[in-house]
Design a protein around this ligand. Structure first.
Ligand SMILES: Nc1ncnc2c1ncn2[C@@H]1O[C@H](COP(=O)(O)OP(=O)(O)O)[C@@H](O)[C@H]1O
Ligand SMILES: N[C@@H](CC(=O)OP(=O)(O)O)C(=O)O
Length: 565
């Protein structure tokens, strides 16, 4: 196996750290300049822009109610009481029952000075249940739809929830959903397009129930379907991309509605409208985070909050190793890399709008709102940062591709990658030498779908026309997200730990992102690696034999301690 290690050029210096704030801040009525208007000149420009937009809105009689107080997508803005101020996104784990919805309503009420846009996911595991119910409906026959276990589970959950919240059962759209499942059973067919429509019921139901509950307790709210308020996407059902036109459209709609009638918008996460088909699309699993950051950028909001069931982004997946700790600060780049390499806590694309709009993202725990959470922003002081988080992506397939031709030939890499492009397969990690290339393949073209064997056979067949190919399955990528300026320190320590536990690394890759070093190991050893690396980097354990290794560990512990202080 060829091992190649590519080091990045000198990383850029990042900006000063951002002061922590443990709870959303109030602004009263004082105009505040957003992140991009931080300088005096910026502030003057922002004021001028706001004034001119206000004048224009006045001149135009505020036609359809838009831009009265300047809501600029991704641009400088001035915040006042006529503006929505934050996004609060609550994931499925935060709204999994009536009790949880009451808690979330309490959280929104706890910050009366905020003017939030609320984004909700489907309740609990509803999306999974809808997908399974749809699959079963295809083969079960119309008369047996009512027996589908997953349909019964999600129907019972929604009925119990509306009953406990004291709402009419009709709020939950369950009849419509049952009709749809019967339609699928009748047609004996579920396309990607109809799957998205089916799955959209999860968010359509949770938002309707929650908005009705807020109104019932006297907090004025308006339910909004993302596909009706300007979320315009590609027509890639199951994994649609948000198009640029979304930003002005969403800003116009949400801001206009707010000016006309300032009640809290409760927006369906995860959904959009295909620009050609006009049909409902979904943004890939976990896509409500992306809905939230898109709204944040569209309206140029002060902060995007994503409320989860953990105390923020953690040093590793707590399901893999429960001693995981909260990471207090992250840059957008670190968070994006972490999400892309498999940390389920954030949608892989969700950092993009936040980064482009320079809107800080706060990851909070709806079960423990006092915990400060994680603040994700453009820059942070990286001087004392060594390792930030360890991410594991399992069930990865690797290909070792060795050229059949002589050294020094050109175009080999181009040929290899054009084959991947033609077959629509995305590559995660790459390591190259003169005559060989090792790649790991993204196990999912569509977020949760595994690369199927036929596709793999096809890739190998194509590559074998130009190279010797070895297919290696059941591998795992252990990604070390950290300060690449300390890459030697990180790798020295990591390899020391891995040698100690007897694990052989099969490939190393360090991308240009400057925050991620990826090690490929066998799947069966991956969990052990994460545990041992976590203990060494975050729990201060050497191997205890009192030699230089322990001194190295002590040096690391000292650095980490300084960081914590
Ligand atoms: N590095 C990590 N930090 C925090 N949570 C993680 C991490 N890796 C995986 N997770 C998992 O992600 C879950 C939160 O994400 P998700 O289920 O999408 O939340 P929600 O549905 O509330 O948006 C946690 O419960 C945790 O099990
Ligand atoms: N309900 C969708 C979208 C989503 O974002 O969910 P969550 O926020 O619970 O991860 C899903 O399960 O993929």
């Amino acid at each position: 196996m060829a091992i190649a290690l590519r080091f990045a050029a000198t990383p850029p210096r990042l900006a000063a750290p951002i002061p922590p704030t443990s709870a959303p801040r109030a602004h009263g009525g004082v105009a505040r300049v957003g992140a991009q208007g931080g300088t005096r000149r910026g502030r003057r420009l922002a004021m001028a822009a706001a004034d001119s937009a206000r004048c224009q809105a006045k001149r135009e009689g505020d036609g359809d109610g838009v831009l009265a107080g300047v809501a600029v997508h991704g641009g400088t803005r001035v915040e006042g009481e006529d503006q929505l101020s934050v996004v609060m996104k609550f994931g499925g784990s935060s709204v999994s029952s009536a009790a949880r919805m009451k808690e979330v309503a309490g959280l929104i009420q706890a910050f009366p000075e905020e003017r939030p846009v609320v984004v909700l996911s489907a309740m609990g595991k509803t999306t999974n249940l809808l997908l399974l119910a749809g699959e079963k409906a295809v083969g079960c026959g119309v008369t047996r739809v009512s027996e589908i276990e997953e349909w019964n589970m999600l129907r019972d959950l929604h009925i119990k929830t509306v009953d406990e919240l004291g709402l009419p059962r009709s709020v939950a759209k369950l009849d419509e959903l049952e009709q749809l499942l019967k339609g699928v059973a009748m047609m004996k067919e579920l396309t990607l397009r109809s799957t998205d429509y089916l799955v959209s019921f999860g968010e359509c139901m949770s938002t309707r129930v929650f908005a009705a509950y807020l109104n019932q307790i006297g907090v004025k709210a308006r339910q909004c379907d993302a596909f009706d308020i300007g979320f315009i996407t590609t027509d890639d059902f199951g994994n649609a991309e948000i198009l640029e036109a979304t930003y002005p459209a969403v800003a116009k709609r949400l801001h206009g509605d707010w000016i006309r009638d300032p009640v809290i918008p409760i927006v369906t996460g995860f959904l959009g409208k295909g620009w050609k088909s006009g049909a409902v699309t979904t943004l890939g699993r976990g896509g409500s985070d992306l809905t939230a950051t898109t709204i944040g950028k569209a309206l140029g909001l002060r902060e995007i909050q994503v409320w989860k069931d953990v105390d923020g982004v953690l040093t590793c997946d707590p399901n893999i190793y429960p001693n995981a700790r909260t990471v207090p600060y992250l840059t957008f780049d670190e968070a994006a890399e972490l999400a892309y390499f498999g940390a389920q806590v954030l949608h892989p694309q969700s950092m993009r709008p936040a980064r482009e709009g320079d809107i800080p993202v706060r990851v909070k725990n709806s079960y423990n709102p006092k915990a400060p959470g994680t603040l994700i922003a453009k820059g942070r002081d990286m001087d004392k940062v060594v390792l930030t988080s360890i991410v594991l992506k399992s069930n990865v397939t690797m290909l070792d591709i060795v050229s059949t031709r002589m050294l020094g030939q050109f175009g080999f890499l181009a040929k290899v990658f054009s084959i991947f492009e033609d077959l629509g397969i995305s590559v995660d990690c790459v390591a190259t030498s003169e005559v060989s290339i090792s790649v790991s393949l993204d196990p999912s073209k569509i977020w949760s779908r595994e690369l199927i064997q036929q596709e793999l056979d096809h890739v190998v067949e194509e590559l074998e026309k130009i190279a010797f190919v070895h297919l290696l399955q059941q591998r795992a990528i252990v990604s070390l997200i950290g300060n690449v300026r300390k890459s030697s320190l990180i790798l020295e320590k990591a390899f020391h730990v891995l040698r100690r536990i007897g694990v052989n690394v099969q490939m190393i890759s360090q991308g240009a992102s400057k925050v991620n070093m990826s090690l490929i190991v066998h799947d069966s050893e991956a969990k052990l690696c994460v545990e041992a690396l976590h203990q060494a980097f975050f729990e201060g354990e050497g191997d205890g034999d009192g030699d230089g290794d322990d001194r190295l560990m002590a040096e690391f512990d000292e650095e980490n301690l300084r960081l914590e202080l």
